[in-house]
Design a protein around this ligand. Sequence first.
Ligand SMILES: [Zn+2]
Length: 89
Amino acid sequence: MKRAKRSTVWDHFDRKGEEVTCKICHTVLKYSSSTSTMQYHLRTKHPQASSDEWQQTLPSMLTGRRCDARRSEEITEPLMIQKQKLTSI
Ligand SMILES: [Zn+2]
């Protein structure tokens, strides 16, 4: 398997100084010392180019993982309250 250690977004972008060019649609993005902008571009414009690997590295605010966390909180919270009630009785 040929897989670079650095983020796979670089498979879809060429860097030229302060700018990165999307190899798929040739959109030029400003490179801002992190790959999040490029990851966001890939996710929104080319979801078919996405892979599990970079989805895992994507900041949680962009993936909707925060919603999942909130949802699981809603599920676990009543359970915890129930447990507290049970133990206090
Ligand atoms: Zn693109």
